[in-house]
Design a protein around this ligand. Structure first.
Ligand SMILES: Cc1cc2nc3c(=O)[nH]c(=O)nc-3n(C[C@H](O)[C@H](O)[C@H](O)COP(=O)(O)OP(=O)(O)OC[C@H]3O[C@@H](n4cnc5c(N)ncnc54)[C@H](O)[C@@H]3O)c2cc1C
Length: 381
């Protein structure tokens, strides 16, 4: 990505990330996608260069920076044609480590943050359960007090990095009668007795990323593993979600731009009926629609990011941006396949991977329907 005017102050950063991706990651993506796994070296490589420490203070080994710098990262790192990999990394560094720094006890922070920033310990976020996704308040994982310990029982599903994680932020109910004040998140070491990865899930896309089902059977933790304070789990989850959703939105934007670019290139090379296909009005229309959707989505996403950076209430703006860009990115990837014709349907060209990968974005982190509900609720006030 060439630094857009919006990120002008981060031009050197964008350039450095772009070169690193091109040199160290892009050449391996196809084989990692095929193997349905990318090595943990990706984390240590990025960690050794300070890229897993964005949003983390120097005190905890991070490189600092604000949401705008992290946004620039999402847009350039998101150009890699393996959305599973980019989101697995971003969940670890920009969402999980960030939440740990914001809310964790000093003991949990010093136990995990320096290793997380170095890429030597990998994190996961376990909210969703087999019976509770959008309706998260219905989770059934409980943590009960036994002496001076907490005992966690329950199961989680669809967890990114779940099979490779060293630590997991687990949302539980500690007081089922206390409503939203009865949720608590624990930082669980995956070496704990009673923790098990019960299944690795096979998916339409995100092949290089592991998505797992997890079981917690009498997993014991102490008070130092509570993220923040008892009963704060729901409020913490809500306050993290705006940024997580924006991260997914900016990643979709990056993917949509890649689809546009490859469509323009292909349409300028492919010939039919003695002409370049770019000369056909219907192909021009697809490409101009792609561009229009990207420009609109980009301005909405950047506006939401500005409000987030300024500490304002960006929930509805984020919901609008996520709904628009995540849906449009799938449309754009679909049209990119169309512009590439039969080749677009083969694994020799990237649009099919973009389409499979971007298809998750209107589902993960809050579905498009949930985003629509947030927008409607705000309008009805
Ligand atoms: C590859 C992958 C990675 C993921 N990573 C993680 C992770 O790391 N951690 C984690 O905790 N979760 C993760 N998730 C889970 C993801 O966040 C959920 O799948 C998502 O929140 C939707 O929940 P659900 O699948 O239970 O769908 P459901 O909630 O069952 O929804 C089914 C359908 O009903 C619609 N619906 C539900 N409620 C309403 C309503 N009120 N109004 C209108 N429509 C509604 C939905 O929009 C959807 O279309 C991941 C999922 C996948 C597939």
């Amino acid at each position: 990505m060439k630094a857009a005017p919006y990120y002008a102050e981060h031009e050197n950063f964008i350039d450095a990330v772009s070169k690193l991706c091109e040199r160290e990651l892009a050449p391996h993506l196809s084989s990692w996608e095929k193997a349905e796994h990318f090595p943990n070296d990706v984390f240590t490589t990025l960690g050794s260069q300070g890229y897993l420490g964005l949003l983390i203070s120097e005190e905890h080994g991070g490189s600092g920076g604000d949401y705008k710098l992290a946004g620039a990262w999402c847009e350039v790192f998101g150009e890699l044609a393996s959305v599973g990999l980019t989101v697995a990394v971003n969940m670890h560094s920009l969402v999980i480590s960030h939440a740990l720094e914001r809310f964790g006890t000093p003991a949990a922070k010093s136990a995990w943050l320096p290793k997380a920033v170095a890429g030597e310990a990998i994190g996961a976020y376990a909210f969703t359960e087999p019976g509770a996704g959008s309706d998260l308040a219905r989770i059934r994982t409980v943590a009960t007090r036994r002496g001076d310990r907490w005992v966690i029982n329950g199961s989680k599903t669809f967890i990114t990095n779940g099979a490779r994680a060293d630590f997991i932020l687990v949302l539980t109910k500690t007081d089922p009668k206390a409503g939203y004040g009865g949720f608590t998140t624990f930082v669980v070491d995956t070496k704990s007795k009673g923790f098990k990865v019960s299944k690795k899930l096979h998916k339409l896309g995100w092949h290089a990323s592991d998505t797992a089902e997890l079981v917690f059977e009498d997993v014991e933790v102490d008070d130092s593993c509570i993220l923040g304070k008892l009963g704060e789990g729901w409020a913490q989850a809500a306050s993290n979600l705006n940024w997580e959703r924006l991260m997914l939105t900016l990643t979709s934007l990056a993917g949509a731009r890649q689809c546009l670019e490859s469509s323009i290139t292909y349409a300028g090379q492919r010939e039919a009926f003695g002409k370049k296909i770019e000369s056909f009005p219907v192909i021009q229309r697809y490409i101009s629609e792609m561009r229009r959707k990207i420009l609109l989505g980009e301005s909405l996403a950047h506006r939401a990011l500005d409000v987030l950076c300024a500490g304002g209430d960006c929930r509805t703006l984020v919901a609008m941006a996520k709904r628009m860009l995540c849906d449009d990115a799938v449309w754009i990837a679909d049209k990119a396949i169309q512009v590439h014709g039969g080749y677009g349907y083969t694994t020799e060209f990237l649009p099919e991977r973009w389409w499979r990968d971007l298809r998750l974005m209107p589902i993960g982190g809050g579905t498009s329907e949930i985003m629509a509900n947030i927008i409607i609720k705000e309008l009805s006030k």
